[in-house]
Design a binder for this molecule. Structure first.
Ligand code: HEC
Length: 153
């Protein structure tokens, strides 16, 4: 009898969770900007072909990070840096960190101008640790801020 009640209760909870999840999952999970970026990366072609006589400058940018061994584990692109460290807080909005894709949270910050964002990202602000807790060069932090801004335009 007791077991039966518990099992019935579990089934009801499961059904309720399913119905509530159905409304929010599409927007919150599948349309998450980081998820979309990951999907784009996964379905990108493996190889790029350079064509003689055509503009191949985009390929140079693609192959550069692979050849240049990062000196002291410094990421070579804003996206890399973001994924390694900044996303820990900025992907989920930990401690009031402005979440990527949350335009309402970013619009007033972006409106302060890039120089203020660079300065706050490097020196820290509130619960945001200086340089996100890394010892990366200022230029890397600025590159990462640029990348974060591009995710929130
Ligand atoms: C430990 C969590 C954490 C990490 C890691 C982190 N941030 Fe933040 N970040 C925050 C919080 C919290 C705020 C909001 C601070 C405030 O407005 O009081 C913030 C705000 C910012 C802002 C907006 C500043 C402004 O002027 O409004 C930028 C830009 C930023 N972070 C960039 C970065 C970059 C780049 C990295 C990675 C190198 C990073 N963050 C890593 C927590 C974090």
């Amino acid at each position: 009898m007791v077991l039966g009640v518990l099992i019935a209760f579990a089934i009801v909870l499961f059904a309720v969770a399913r119905t509530m999840g159905a409304d929010s999952q599409g927007a919150a999970v599948l349309l998450e900007p980081l998820h979309l970026a990951q999907v784009q990366k996964n379905i990108a072609p493996f190889a790029q072909v350079a064509i003689a006589g055509k503009d191949n400058s985009a390929l140079a940018a693609l192959s550069a990070p692979a050849g240049a061994a990062p000196a002291v584990n410094v990421p070579t692109s804003g996206e890399q840096a973001f994924t390694q460290v900044c996303s820990a807080c900025h992907a989920t909005g930990v401690n009031g960190a402005p979440k990527v894709g949350d335009h309402a949270a970013w619009a007033p910050r972006i409106a302060q101008g890039k120089d203020t964002l660079y300065k706050d990202a490097i020196a820290g602000k509130g619960a945001m640790p200086p340089k996100g807790g890394t010892n990366w060069p200022d230029a890397t932090i600025r590159m990462t801020v640029d990348y974060m801004i591009s995710l929130n335009k």
